[in-house]
Write a protein that binds this ligand. Sequence first.
Ligand SMILES: O=C(O)CCC(=O)C(=O)O
Ligand SMILES: [Fe+2]
Length: 359
Amino acid sequence: MPATYPPFPDDVPTHPLLVVDYELIRQGSREEIDKLWEAATKLGFWYLKNHGADAEANAMFDMGAETMRLPMEEKMKFEQGDDGVSFGYKAAGANAVDETGALDTVEFINVSKDDALAYPSSVHRTYPYTVNARMESTIKPFIAKSVEVNMTLMAVFNEKLGLPEGALASLHKLYDPSCSESRCIKNPPARDVSPDRMAIGAHTDFGSLSFLHNRLGGLQVYPPGTEQWFYIKPIPGHAICNVGDALALFSGGILRSNLHRVVPPPGAQAPLERWSLVFFSRPSNDSELRALTDQSAIIADAVAASPDPAKFSTGQTARAWFIRRIKNQRIKNRTGPETWRASRGTEHSEQQAHAVSAY
Ligand SMILES: O=C(O)CCC(=O)C(=O)O
Ligand SMILES: [Fe+2]
């Protein structure tokens, strides 16, 4: 990966994010906690600085590059398949990006948190040797750091939501099986794919919290109250964090899981390969996705005030929710636009419709 990149252009629509200082959050700064709360409830995205995970993230990018360089035949031995399991390799074009069934352009390698912690044993599946070779040196440390960051932020949400101490933590116990995973993503340069092709279609994240590392532009959000996609500008040393569906549901909609997507990098960055890296914290497989109304009056009030309280009782476990979303994105499972619709999460259907037509 190059040490410097062409600049992010200044003539594309860009949405600012609040900058949260992780060190100040750890020290309990009320001002910083209020900023995090504002970001997580209004847009559901923020920059996180002083997170201390840059060295681990850089090593993960090396692991991703080593893995993507393997022959396709080798990578395909570890492909995630069509049953709704996301651990393993995903080839470019395996997922739809919208209801017409247009294909995605990214390939990625997902490593399960449970497999990384259990290595050399395996809980869910096995991985290419480029992954195994870096499991102890690179993947475990990245996952450990990411879990620490995400659980620290979640403890803040726990308190702000008026939940009993440890309520969210008990839904994300480190050794409970879950769909939590790291993902290293490669998008080919624009010369290899047509520049108007989406890399990853509009979606909300499936789990609780995502900890994202971007070097080039391409990530876009569709903020509430707008009818337009805006780029999020990558800032060196700043991770991007966002709330996913599970926390939106647990909190009765107080925390926001916002629609986003990935398009090719803009301007002078377009000729470059785009690499990104995410750690997704997701609830334990068996936890039920529903508002925690019985544990917090704040959440109970939010659900009561909602025009559609029923949507906060999904009747699905975290695992079932995840499998449904992954499976219906896979192009091999597509029967028509209904398959894409069946892959959707907590995004409002009206916003989703606008967002798609706005491309
Ligand atoms: O690559 C990015 O910037 C975002 C990736 C993303 O949204 C995802 O994998 O869920
Ligand atoms: Fe995402």
